[in-house]
Design a protein around this ligand. Structure first.
Ligand SMILES: *Cc1c(COP(=O)(O)O)cnc(C)c1O
Length: 353
């Protein structure tokens, strides 16, 4: 097979010297280049790496009006020898295409997704922080840029990848707010797609939760407001009486790549793990009888976020003061991504020059 032809235009200067990549929070600074590919006339074309710049947008670009916009989030790290590598990139490609189908958008060949990532990471390899816990966050996304008023699937799309260095996350233990008024997703809706619109609907409830002293919202089901779905940008795991449980994918929960990796690791550690429906009452009950041992969120941005407590219905569920297994999972995942722990599940893809 002919490998994808990606045209490279190098930036004349680099901003790298002006940024302390080991200490900057995710999303504040962007690297020198971006990858772009256009879908027009029924084909994906003009795959290219160009200097990062603004993009002229027609005011009728359909993404702005009808919300056809989806994204991915992933990280580049360096292995023990300093070579860039990616964590399970083909899974992100598959999920972007899953999201594209749900939103009536064009799928992109997995090869363009993965080769585009590799080309960008290769050219930005000096932007990958070497410090423990720091990474280069990659944001592949797609949106409808056809100028058209009228509700239908667009015929022009842009697929773009940008990159932002991310210093180590301050790992505070988080407090969640279990939300009974607003919902994130219902089966049959778009909750299992990584769609920009899902986030738009979550912003206001999240701002309210934050103003009340919580870090993120714990979403409950749309009908009975009692089944736990997930946290803002993370899936959730509980350890009760020695066993792990996580909400099953029921069409309203995002199929996290960290979630599925954590499931593999927990089983590998010998834990009992079940995917099933979990009620908030069950968590309250476990707290009361002293069997609620750990809870943590899982997602690319933070890996594992340890949960301290959950506010619900005027009360507080205190989960735990420490997360020995959450820490073990976190360290193992980090270790695999940085070449310190054997990659026995074959998750890493090396980016060669
Ligand atoms: C991206 C995302 C996650 C986590 O997925 P990962 O692949 O682990 O990063 C969880 N929930 C939602 C709503 C998300 O958008």
């Amino acid at each position: 097979m002919k490998t994808l032809d990606i045209k490279i235009t190098k930036a004349t200067t680099s901003k790298l010297e002006t940024v302390d990549i080991n200490n900057i929070p995710l999303g504040k600074a962007f690297t020198d280049h971006m990858f772009i590919c256009d879908y027009e006339d029924g084909v994906w074309k003009d795959a290219r790496v160009v200097p990062l710049d603004t993009i002229p947008t027609h005011p009728a670009a359909m993404a702005l009006h009808y919300g056809q916009a989806i994204f991915e989030g992933m990280k580049a790290t360096v292995d023990a020898d300093g070579n860039p590598q990616l964590f399970r990139p083909a899974d992100n490609a598959k999920r972007l295409n899953f999201s594209a189908r749900r939103m009536g958008m064009q799928e992109i060949p997995e090869e363009i997704f993965v080769e585009g990532l590799k080309a960008l990471v290769n050219i930005e390899r000096n932007w990958i922080p070497k410090q423990d816990g720091s990474t280069l966050y990659l944001r592949p996304f797609m949106y409808a840029d056809e100028p058209h008023i009228g509700m239908r699937a667009a015929t022009h799309y842009k697929f773009i990848i940008i990159a932002t260095p991310a210093g180590p996350f301050f790992k505070e233990r988080i407090k969640l707010w279990a939300e009974k008024q607003y919902i994130r997703a219902a089966a049959g809706g778009t909750g299992e797609a990584k769609a920009a619109g899902n986030y738009a609907a979550a912003i206001r409830p999240t701002e309210i939760a934050k103003s009340n002293g919580y870090n993120q919202v714990l979403w409950l089901d749309a009908h009975e407001h009692k089944y736990i779905q997930e946290v803002g940008t993370m899936n959730i795991f509980f350890k009760i009486d020695g066993k792990f449980i996580t909400p099953k994918l029921d069409g309203s929960v995002l199929d996290g790549i960290t979630r599925k990796s954590v499931m593999t690791l927990l089983k590998d550690f010998g834990f009992d793990l079940t995917e099933r429906r979990i009620t908030i009452d069950e968590i309250i009950e476990a707290e009361k009888n002293g069997t609620l041992e750990e809870a943590f969120g899982t997602g690319t941005a933070v890996n594992i976020a340890m949960i301290e407590s959950i506010g619900y219905d005027g009360g507080t569920i205190h989960v735990s003061d420490d997360n020995p297994i959450g820490e073990k999972v976190n360290n193992t995942l980090d270790g695999i991504k940085t070449g310190k722990v054997e990659d026995k599940f074959d998750w890493m893809l090396k980016v060669t020059k």
